[in-house]
Ligand binder design. Sequence first.
Ligand SMILES: Cc1cc2nc3c(=O)[nH]c(=O)nc-3n(C[C@H](O)[C@H](O)[C@H](O)COP(=O)(O)OP(=O)(O)OC[C@H]3O[C@@H](n4cnc5c(N)ncnc54)[C@H](O)[C@@H]3O)c2cc1C
Length: 442
Amino acid sequence: MSGIKIPEREVPVVKETDVVVVGGGLAGVAAAAAAARQGMKVTLIEKTIALGGLATMGHVCIYLPIDDGNGNKVYGGLAEDLLHVCIKYSYDNLPEVWRNKPDTAPKDSERYQTNFNIPAAVLALDEFAEEEGIDVVFDTVFSEPIMDGKTVKGIVVENKSGRTAYMAKMFIDASGDSDLLYRAGADTETLPTIVSHWFHELDFKLMKEGIEKGDMMLATPLRWLGLTPSGGAGDEKEDLTCDGTTSEGVNKYIRLSRGLALDFLKKHQSPDFCMISMPTLPQFRMTRRLIGNDELKYDAEYHIEDSIGCVIASLDKPATVYEFPYGGLITDKLTNVAAAGRMVSASGRGWAIMRFIPACVLTGEAAGTAAALAIKNGTDLQHVDVKELQAVLQKNGVKLHRTKAMEGNVPVPRKPGGPRPAISKMYVHNDPEEVRQAGSGH
Ligand SMILES: Cc1cc2nc3c(=O)[nH]c(=O)nc-3n(C[C@H](O)[C@H](O)[C@H](O)COP(=O)(O)OP(=O)(O)OC[C@H]3O[C@@H](n4cnc5c(N)ncnc54)[C@H](O)[C@@H]3O)c2cc1C
């Protein structure tokens, strides 16, 4: 590729503030709210025109369990609060036993999880951000950091006003893709992702059944389409994985994902059927994550001294409970940038654990709180007093360590090639015979 030199020019500074959060997915919203609750002035930069990220614009409208499947709540704090925000103004399938946010429920209770309505969640998140005093800037893309050694002084963004800068004392990268961390010089790892296309559909037959049963989610279910790397047919003619950190990868994803949808539509075209929504963010599970000072240890070490909260493999029942270290949010390469959400430091299966919505919100809350404490105490993120951080998180409802009751959870093993044990009704259509797919799942 050839290069071209762009003349240097001055960029107007729009704002100088305490904390800037890049990315308004649920992790970014949690990070911004947590910092604002500590009295910080917070600006959140979001490239789309809505909050929620994959959970709203990406159509992943299933808030997976925040309990361990044995009646113990694992995620409190904002991970629990945002679940309730998402269902504030529309339907849900939250089991009644969890409605009032108890810490425990009978062992055989249904899981503490819910589907939610996307537009209602977007509107409730707008309201939440306003109530929390977060300055949200939509339709604005972070493009590059302004560096001073290992410190990010500001970021350059691009929007309809052109190129401008936001300066801040602390930054949180909640872009899902480590855009800020990577461009500021942190070590990262990239993983290609498989292709999905989730959308809502309307089918007269199901709609009739939904109306008869008074069940809105049954009337307008989610349809999952997905591709395995081999297209489900075992032929490897085309590599069907995509790298979400390059323009080529994103465009390949969009082509394949919409191709799946078109194949499906051609088969189902009928006066009784239509698609009623379409994801407006590519549904990348994993893209680029931070290689931080520490990472999730999901095999042996259970008690983590600097834990910022418990996490679970949300789809397992009962779910093993792990503890996530503060060091998984930060890197010694940068003094004032923390990671939040699906790009925190966790490798292998750990990455799959940390990308579920509740874990993303938890790390958002911890990153926002840590950034605020660093500012208050005049330190960098490496010297945040972890005991103080833990005390604030715990006061706000976060479960830092496994309780006795959470120990020894061993998931029911999955039969080879068989489905996972069902965890709850998800109002999802996923017919393996229909399209070249093999159950893309969550
Ligand atoms: C197909 C699929 C199914 C899934 N199923 C489930 C499920 O059933 N339940 C569950 O709990 N989890 C599920 N997950 C995982 C979960 O949805 C996501 O991991 C989680 O929502 C990620 O939240 P986040 O805030 O970390 O990142 P994201 O939701 O990706 O948010 C990142 C935000 O940053 C913005 N952004 C990105 N780059 C920039 C930039 N340069 N400048 C400004 N803004 C930027 C984006 O627009 C976005 O709003 C699924 C994921 C996929 C892809």
